[in-house]
Design a binder for this molecule. Structure first.
Ligand SMILES: Cc1cc2nc3c(=O)[nH]c(=O)nc-3n(C[C@H](O)[C@H](O)[C@H](O)COP(=O)(O)OP(=O)(O)OC[C@H]3O[C@@H](n4cnc5c(N)ncnc54)[C@H](O)[C@@H]3O)c2cc1C
Length: 405
């Protein structure tokens, strides 16, 4: 079989489906191809802090209709003490089987958008050095030849498209931390839905409230602990019981499904575009999930690419729009990337003295009176490698008339 479309997108999850929505809205002929069937899950704890993208894609109401809790507080524990505060906007934790399917249905509601699910793209088609399409096969061995003006690789961090076009990598860092997670029912909740982060013995625990009564618990451990946790899933809950308050809160809770794990996620940027091809989502930029930015970053890239395609349609050259696309993409992704790498490389345990100091500060309101006015300057001094860290605190401090102008 043979097809001719404007854009063929390989990978139909958050990156591919969101791009298809944006192009479908503009009346483009788009073919999405994915080897998976839908709805289906994928490896992800699905923390979404930038829900405004869902609004812009026209799916926010439907995602929220699942009855997800709106989380607008964040609590961070060090040992038995914690700090907590509200966030500017709320966070949702929609399961990927649900989120990806809603995005895909929205994309396919446009006349020009079509989905080939359970079809695997096996190779690219070329005219000299220009990519002009793909060859896909289904499980019965039937094949499709698809010709397109643009081939988009939204096929995840182990992207076939990236491999076939030999897209160069930069800013690379090998996986740093194994990640485990599972879904629990019946954990004793806090009064208000709150994202909870537990920093203990160099591990990072995260509790994400989903629907009422359901939470996603995650744990990033030390690299040499992967085998131990993978072999003995009970170790996951044992570790959680050592986090402040969790022994009591887990008393009547039960694990639904199993503990899922990965030895780690690679960190890199890929060259995003060439003749006839573009990469978006994890195919273009992958990083450790500890900062929960992957889904938002995939949406952001889709919006940037849709804008670039529009400019190209209006007459700008492909080279020009792709050069701008790369600069804008990296400008937007780099701060989060630097924060993520910095965060996950800190694997040391807090010393007894540091914990005691944090505890004394957390429990003594007068300390905050004295310390807060000096925090912006202190952070500025110590954030040379992560200026974004200082920038975010500085912004808040200025709102209160604190810190140096
Ligand atoms: C353990 C873990 C936890 C995470 N937690 C979070 C979190 O809390 N918040 C967050 O924002 N992000 C999180 N992430 C990251 C997030 O899951 C990814 O950033 C996101 O899934 C990237 O979406 P994507 O559409 O680019 O790729 P993917 O979701 O990987 O989708 C790629 C699709 O391409 C298809 N495909 C691949 N090759 C082919 C082919 N040859 N032919 C046809 N189809 C193909 C696959 O079947 C797949 O459906 C986590 C990641 C991991 C590993």
């Amino acid at each position: 079989m043979e097809k001719h479309v404007g854009v063929v997108i390989i990978g139909a999850r958050v990156a591919g489906a969101s791009l298809a929505i944006l192009l479908g809205k503009k009346g483009k002929r788009v073919l999405l191809i994915d080897k998976a069937s839908f709805p289906s899950d994928t490896l992800s704890t699905h923390h979404m802090s930038h829900v405004n993208y869902l609004g812009k894609l026209g799916v926010l109401e439907e995602v929220e209709a699942k009855g997800l809790r709106k989380i607008n507080r964040m609590r961070t524990y060090i040992g038995d003490s914690f700090v907590e505060g509200p966030r500017d906007s709320y966070t949702l934790i929609p399961r990927r089987s649900y989120l990806d399917h809603i995005l895909l249905s929205k994309a396919c509601s446009y006349d020009g958008v079509e989905l080939l699910a359970q079809w695997s793209v096996r190779r690219l088609l070329y005219d000299n050095d220009q990519v002009i399409g793909v060859k896909a096969v289904d499980s019965s061995g039937e094949s499709q030849t698809v010709y397109a003006s643009l081939v988009v690789g939204a096929d995840g961090k182990h992207s076939n498209i990236a491999e076939w076009v030999q897209a160069g990598k930069y800013g690379e860092h090998s996986p740093l931390r194994p990640v485990f997670y599972g879904y629990y029912h019946g954990i004793e909740p806090l009064l208000e839905p709150t994202t909870e982060i537990f920093l203990k013995e160099g591990r990072i625990g995260f509790l994400f409230p989903m629907e009422p009564g359901v939470d996603c618990l995650g744990l990033e451990v030390h690299p040499d602990e992967f085998r131990e946790f993978a072999k003995n899933p009970a170790k996951f809950e044992e570790t959680y019981q050592t986090f402040y308050g969790m022994k009591r809160r887990l008393k009547d809770a039960s694990l639904h499904g199993r503990i899922i794990g990965t030895p780690g996620v690679p960190n890199f940027f890929r060259e995003p575009a060439g003749k006839g091809w573009v990469l978006i989502g994890d195919a273009a930029h992958s990083k450790d999930p500890s900062t929960g930015l992957g889904i938002n970053d995939a949406f952001m890239q889709s919006f940037l690419l849709a804008e670039a395609i529009q400019k190209h349609d209006e007459g700008a050259t492909w080279e020009e729009v792709m050069a701008q696309f790369k600069v804008k993409r990296d400008d937007q992704l780099m701060p989060g990337y630097r924060l993520t790498l910095d965060y996950i490389q800190s694997m040391r345990s807090w010393s007894k003295d540091e914990q005691a100091l944090f505890q004394a500060m957390a429990a003594n309101p007068m300390v905050w009176n004295k310390v807060i006015p000096h925090l912006p300057d202190l952070l500025k001094e110590h954030s040379a490698n992560v200026p974004e860290l200082y920038g975010s605190v500085e912004g808040e401090a200025k709102n209160f008339g604190l810190g140096k102008e």
